[in-house]
Design a protein around this ligand. Structure first.
Ligand code: PRX
Length: 656
């Protein structure tokens, strides 16, 4: 399919259109009547999707929204999430189907059938029970992307406990904060994992996270289960630490999945907000699995008997939860997971994996696509990518050029590209085209998924006219919505449900609707940054910077970056004792390393500028807008509201 009209690559004037081909539309999973059915009876529509799952006890109530913003979906029903992802496929005769093709970074691999995965999860469930983990207990998972990550998550779900997966790139301090907040009693980790051609240790980070803190406080973690991956040296805490393989070897493979209420918590996943403290986003079982499975099937046009699906996300992020673990496995898909980085040992590694497993559906982030664009099409062109028939994008806006490149170079000019907008909080995809139904528009995430109601409004909650920017809100509850912030119902209400009243969810994103009603995401409107599709808070990085003894004050902004979408740029005032200009470069390097060490490498600022002043309003609020102008090399905007209007010219000279 080619573009129908000439184009200008500009968000306001993007005019290329890609209607579905007849061949694709004919065998597409999604049909246009989904929209009509959902519009006619939204709750009935979601009930029908929920009934695609196996319920031990069928539900009779669909939605209880009598106490907003606390929603309950399917709440008198009972199910077992792991049973839905495993046993029922085996019982349906699909035990031999491959669930997971795992590819390790050094080139080792393992293909696991549904029957094998079910057996592994049963053993792990028995092991967790033997370690005293029961319904409602929290288990922290800090693993590389190896099969045990999926096995652990499903084993926790199977016994009605709650997992909190912490991305393996987070620091000991970040891990500790998450263990404390959720009060985890078990940690599952590995000796290490592989990234960028090297084994990186994980176990020492867990040891550091569990050590008594400066005040001597300890955690309630009773055991640490350690998967052997790199065979790196580990320190052993007798009585606390256990080798996964030793324990699994003696665990029974018999395990009957018990039903749990639909609203039983399934997991907590921490994400950055506008304050320094990460929020533990809480998701529950029945509604979450319903929307994850429905969207996975319809947005990715999944034909489980023939497709090979690959989401490149790590299980440490929400995409890894909904579209590596729960959605694909609930749908009986065959999927690929890859432990390592895209350019190890060569820049064609992803495409080699697509070729090896004949991947047909690929779901990746725009940052990766832009990086591949820069490297050039000659790299993917060395591989056979003809198996690909659908491409997805997530995590940040995808610019039309990257969208078109993705379709042309990776998709052979034929594949639909679905740009999916959603959040950790929404649990599953909320805005996307439906392949085979929607005419695609590069750069726009397009339309709400059937059954989702949203709007773009101004500050007074009036729908904005076509082509005008506004705030994205979700106006009706949805099955996979977050149920709260762990341990903090007030923050939950305040953060998401206060801007426009207790029944309207404010997403924190700006958006614009065009004349066709298609939605274009415009980025965050709060102090949250999006770096390579990962969410970071300015406040969290600022508080890390000021925790360094040399720092008096810090301001962080997200500056636009060609590859990563945004990049972290910090402006720092050092204490008098460190104000020596000659040392500024050292100071910047030290502070960049300090943030990486405290939070994790993803938070390391691209630049740290040592300055003498920060631009503040008369009421003392830092004007980030002006710092962003400096960081992006633009002319500095209106400075009239500054307490001291000279500050900006001084800063601009310092950073030049
Ligand atoms: O700003 C939006 C951006 O990522 C934020 C959510 O981040 P997180 O909870 O980490 O989840 C990322 C993966 C679902 C959103 O508030 N975002 C996500 N997808 C898109 C996007 N921005 C534009 N287009 C998207 N497709």
């Amino acid at each position: 399919m080619t573009a129908t009209t000439p184009h200008i690559d500009n968000l306001l004037h993007e005019s290329r259109r890609f209607p579905p081909s007849d061949a694709f539309a004919e065998s597409a999973v999604a049909t246009s009547d989904l929209y009509e059915r959902a519009a006619a009876d939204r709750e009935g529509f979601w009930a029908a999707q929920a009934n695609a799952l196996h319920w031990h006890t069928p539900f009779t109530r669909v939605l209880d929204w009598s106490n907003p913003p606390f929603a309950r979906w399917f709440d008198d029903g009972e199910l077992n999430v792991a049973y839905n992802c495993l046993d029922r496929h085996v019982e349906a005769g699909l035990g031999d189907r491959i669930a997971v093709h795992w590819e390790g970074e050094p080139g080792d691999s393992r293909s696991i059938s549904y029957a094998e995965l079910t057996a592994e999860v049963k053993k792990a469930a028995n092991l967790l029970t033997a370690l005293g983990v029961g319904q409602g207990d929290r288990v922290a998972i800090y693993l590389p992307l190896i099969p045990e990550a999926i096995i652990s998550m499903l084993a926790v779900a199977r016994i009605g406990a709650i997992h909190s997966v912490v991305f393996g790139g987070f620091s000991a301090e970040s891990l500790r904060a998450r263990i404390d907040d959720a009060d985890a009693k078990l940690v599952i980790t590995a000796d290490g994992g592989y990234r960028k051609g090297r084994a990186f240790p994980l176990k020492p980070t867990v040891d550091a996270a569990l050590a008594p803190d400066a005040d001597g406080a300890t955690t309630n973690v009773e055991h640490v289960l350690v998967v052997e991956r790199t065979k790196g040296e580990v320190q052993w805490h007798e009585g606390r630490d256990l080798w996964w393989h030793d324990e699994i070897a003696v665990a029974s493979a018999e395990h009957v999945a018990k039903p749990f209420p639909a609203e039983n918590p399934l997991f907590i996943l921490y994400t950055s907000g506008t304050t320094g403290k990460p929020k533990g986003i809480l998701h529950t079982s029945g509604g979450y699995l319903t929307q994850a499975a429905f969207t996975h099937k319809n947005v990715f046009d999944l034909h489980p008997e023939s497709d090979v699906y690959w989401s490149t996300a790590d299980v440490g992020w929400i995409t890894g939860h909904s579209y590596v673990v729960y959605g694909p496995l609930a749908n009986g898909a065959t999927e690929v997971i890859y432990e390592g980085t895209p350019d190890t040992p060569h820049p064609g590694r992803w495409w080699e994996i697509v070729q090896k497993y004949r991947v047909s559906i690929l779901y990746a982030a725009p940052t990766a696509i832009r990086t591949f664009m820069k490297l050039g099409r000659q790299i993917p062109q060395q591989f056979d990518l003809s198996s690909l028939r659908l491409l997805g994008s997530v995590g940040e806006p995808i610019n039309p050029e990257a969208w078109v490149w993705y379709r042309e170079v990776i998709g052979g000019g034929l594949t639909p590209v679905v740009d999916t907008w959603w959040q950790t909080e929404t649990g599953a995809i909320m805005i996307s085209a439906l392949p085979g139904v929607t005419t695609l528009k590069p750069g726009s995430a397009q339309v709400p998924v059937p059954g989702i109601e949203l709007d773009v409004v101004d500050e007074r909650f009036r729908s904005t006219p076509a082509d005008e920017g506004g705030l994205l809100v979700i106006t009706q509850p949805w099955p996979s919505m977050l149920r709260g912030i762990w341990g903090d119902p007030e923050r939950f209400k305040e953060t998401y449900w206060s801007t426009f009243g207790p029944t309207t969810y404010f997403a924190g994103d700006g958006a614009r609707r065009d004349k066709d009603g298609d939605i274009w995401l415009l980025g965050r409107v709060d102090d949250v940054m999006n770096v390579s599709g990962h969410r970071l808070s300015t406040a969290e990085i600022e508080s890390s910077l000021v925790s360094h003894p040399m720092v008096a004050e810090a301001a962080v902004v997200g500056a636009s970056d060609e590859t990563t979408g945004q990049a972290v740029v910090a402006f720092v005032i050092t204490k008098a004792s460190h104000a020596d200009a000659a040392a500024a470069e050292d100071a910047a390097a030290t502070l960049r390393a300090h943030v990486a060490q405290q939070i994790g490498a993803i938070a390391r600022p691209r630049q740290v500028f040592i300055v003498n002043e920060l631009p503040k309003t008369r009421s003392g609020k830092i004007m980030r807008r002006l710092l962003r102008d400096v960081a992006e090399g633009r002319e500095i905007g209106d400075t009239t509201t500054l307490a001291d209007t000279h500050v900006m010219s001084i800063i601009a000279t310092t950073v030049r």
